[in-house]
Design a protein around this ligand. Structure first.
Ligand code: SAM
Ligand code: CA
Length: 241
């Protein structure tokens, strides 16, 4: 996959949600398989989020569909999400879980979560969510003792410079055979850009952390991994032991 580095390059466009080389192909996926099957609540939340000034942060509809399918495939019940924003991936998760399923959801910003919350409530899945406002790392540290090996699935979509620190804790919190999904591991395609390539400031800042994470995950014998070019890249890690 090549990287377009100029300002005119479509993979650098704000809000572009696919690493596919062809926009037409991505539209085809969305229009053929994603939008026609997107639950009404997710559509509503996606459209609400599109109007928000930080909408670049939201998960794409195809990623939401992927997460929803994955959670059903692994029969996930007890889950965690780090990085909620307005809750698009959270809603995809909540809709996939059984009635007694649980999501521990963490974000430093409650306002954005509350923006999407009425839609999540209307969808009848808010009872599955335990939202904690604040940085995730100290919460994980508190949990290590009592929640060892309890999570079926953990989705990490927050501060990329902390992913390695999250991994050190999450590997204990996820159960053996459970899955951690790290989001944005292809980081706008910048992971293969030459160091002097023009990049948006935040892309350049977090790039080294993403590169470091990808190396660390590939070398970690405690997990099996699979890096998927869905959305901005998602790396699935299955805990082995
Ligand atoms: N998963 C969300 C979705 O599908 O729309 C997108 C999450 S957005 C990319 C990243 C979120 O991480 C932001 O809402 C931000 O407030 C949150 N965040 C940043 N640093 C954090 C931290 N230390 N602990 C918890 N959340 C954090
Ligand atoms: Ca993301």
């Amino acid at each position: 996959m090549s990287v377009e580095t100029g300002d005119q390059g479509r993979h650098q466009e704000v809000g572009h949600k696919s690493l596919l080389q062809s926009d037409a192909l991505y539209q085809y996926i969305l229009e053929t398989s994603v939008y026609p099957r997107e639950p009404e609540a997710m559509k509503e939340l996606r459209e609400l989020t599109a109007k928000h000034p930080w909408n670049i942060m939201t998960s794409s509809a195809d990623e939401g569909q992927f997460l929803n399918m994955l959670l059903k495939l692994i029969n996930a019940k007890n889950t965690m999400e780090i990085g909620v924003y307005t809750g698009y991936s959270l809603l995809a998760t909540a809709l996939a879980l059984p009635e007694d399923g649980k999501i521990l959801a963490m974000d430093i910003n409650r306002d954005n979560y509350e923006l999407g919350l009425p839609i999540i409530e209307k969808a009848g899945v808010a009872h599955k969510i335990d939202f904690k406002e604040g940085p995730a790392l100290p919460v994980l540290d508190q949990m290590i003792e009592d929640y060892h090996g309890t999570f079926d699935f953990i989705f990490v979509d927050a501060d990329k410079d902390n992913y390695i620190n999250y991994h050190k804790r999450l590997i204990d919190l996820v159960k053996v055979g459970g899955v951690i999904g790290y989001d944005n591991t292809l980081w706008n395609g910048s992971v293969v850009a030459p160091p002097d390539a023009p990049m948006r400031k935040y892309v350049r800042y977090y790039r080294d952390f993403v590169l470091e994470l990808n190396k660390a995950l590939a070398a970690d014998p405690r997990i099996e991994i699979c890096m998927l070019p869905v959305g901005d890249g998602i790396t699935l890690c299955r805990r082995l032991s």
